[in-house]
Ligand binder design. Structure first.
Ligand code: NAG
Ligand code: NAG
Ligand code: NAG
Length: 433
């Protein structure tokens, strides 16, 4: 073996050395100057920030000539650029919430405010107030579906400050940056690209079926390993594109412990021509299985982000199944509070072929741990409309990061045995005390 020699350092002529030194000095000066200007920005007094709040945000939000329309990628891009300028720092008035012992929320009720699923539960909760003067937050339903006057005409709108625009629908929809101004959003389907972490809130779609009698079945004591019965196309990303994944789904199905069956009924007419040959056969297999039988499964596929499938997440959780989401960039409900990675899996559409091999490598303990954690999440955060309201309030409070000490959320922690089990998995030598 040859010995390693130190590489000779570059030899600089005296002129060059002098030049090099000057360059370093200059660089240092630039660094110091930029640091000073940055810290100057942050040390401005709160009054200065508040008085310029409207100016800053209005110029960034209103003076843009963007008319977002659904589905086109350029408009989605512009929406992303425009709405990303709001955060709890520049689009929220903390003073409104200073005095309260509990988070108080006002809800605009009018003929333009259609029902949404936990509205009644909100009204009977301790967070509801009918007095706008004492409210910290104002909730209003996205009116694009129902028409009605623009949000800017709401009596306490104030450019959307402290407002939350609710959109609990089963189709992904980009927020209309111009109309929401400084408001945040509370949406059931939101993509990472248009989600402002710490500002927007992601909520679940309501479940339409409950399977409480399956909750007590252990992970391994179930009829199937993995099941899915439903549509074969996904809405992907915030661009409104659609991808049909039937070949991969068909490949998973083995008719024994893995039942993955899809229907052609959802496919649009120009797509039908391509798939027609397989439709009759797929439909025949599809009709052989019943949802209520398939839910007796260790894992359940949840192709996220479009129509009917989006209701599945809660249904699967209510059955004590472990969701396996297929999604490009979905933001899971209440992701600021819930440790989803201890419960479910998410596969991007391009990696779906890894689902079955991945599930087959998991050991029984890990699977059972995930099942228990999923059930814990379901019961603590979603079990009923009242639970969803309480969780929503926690999610709103978590946006304050403790800035308002009375409003620090009391987030439920997993039972001790769940956390111990996982520690043991990570460090097999750990002794139980
Ligand atoms: C607010 O912004 C304007 C221009 O953007 C600036 O001239 C003014 O000094 C700012 N006021 C405060 C109080 O920071
Ligand atoms: C913020 O809220 C306080 C208290 O309600 C109010 O006096 C103030 O005008 C608000 N500021 C803005 C910019 O709306
Ligand atoms: C679920 O499947 C298991 C295993 O096949 C079976 O013992 C159990 O009775 C089933 N439960 C229900 C509610 O279908």
């Amino acid at each position: 073996m040859s010995t390693i020699k130190e590489a000779p350092g570059p030899r600089l002529s005296p002129y060059l050395q002098c030049f090099y030194g000057l360059f370093n000095l200059l660089f240092l000066c630039v660094m110091i100057l930029s640091f000073l200007s940055v810290s100057g920005t942050f040390s401005r007094s709160p009054e200065a920030q508040t008085s310029n709040l409207t100016t800053i945000s209005r110029s960034s939000l209103l003076h843009t000539n963007i008319v977002p329309t659904q589905g086109s990628s350029t408009s989605a891009r512009s929406v992303i650029d425009t709405i990303s300028s709001c955060s709890m720092d520049n689009c929220f008035n903390y003073s409104r919430c200073d005095k309260m012992e509990e988070l108080l929320v006002y809800h605009y009720d009018s003929q333009y405010s259609p029902d949404w699923y936990f509205k009644d539960a909100l009204k009977r909760s301790p967070y509801y107030t009918t007095n706008p003067a004492e409210a910290c937050l104002f909730l209003v339903v996205d009116r694009r579906r129902v028409g009605g006057p623009p949000l800017s005409r709401l009596p306490y709108w104030n450019h959307g400050l402290n407002h939350v625009v609710i959109s609990v629908v089963d189709k992904p929809r980009n927020p209309d940056a111009r109309s929401i101004e400084m408001a945040s959003t509370m949406t059931s389907i939101t993509h990472q690209t248009i989600y402002r972490a710490g500002f927007d809130v992601s909520v679940p779609l309501p479940q339409r079926k409950f399977y409480p009698n399956l909750q007590r079945l252990s992970a391994m004591g179930r009829k199937y390993l993995l099941t899915y019965k439903g549509n074969r196309c996904l809405e992907v990303g915030s661009r409104g594109g659609r991808v049909c994944i039937d070949p991969v789904l068909r490949g998973m199905h083995n008719g024994k412990d893995i039942v993955v069956v899809t229907t052609c009924k959802q496919v649009s007419s120009n797509e039908v021509a391509k798939v027609e040959a397989r439709c009759a056969k797929d439909q025949f297999v599809y009709d052989q299985y019943k949802f209520d039988d398939l839910i007796n499964s260790t894992f359940a596929l949840v192709p996220a982000g479009s129509g009917v499938s989006s209701y599945r997440l809660m249904e699967v959780l209510s059955a004590g199944s472990i969701p396996v989401a297929i999604s490009e960039s979905i933001v899971l409900p209440f992701d600021s509070l819930i440790e989803w990675r201890r419960c479910l899996f998410v596969f991007p559409p391009s990696q779906m072929h890894r689902i079955v091999p991945t599930l087959q490598t998991l050991n029984k303990d890990e699977i059972e741990f995930r099942r228990e954690h999923c059930l814990f999440i379901y019961r603590q955060f979603f079990g009923s409309d009242d639970k969803v309201v309480a969780t929503t309030a926690m999610a709103f409070k978590s946006r304050f990061f403790g800035v308002l000490p009375k409003l620090i959320p009391n987030v439920p922690l997993p039972p001790r045995h769940l956390s111990l089990k996982q520690q043991q998995q990570q460090q097999p030598n750990l002794k139980l005390q």
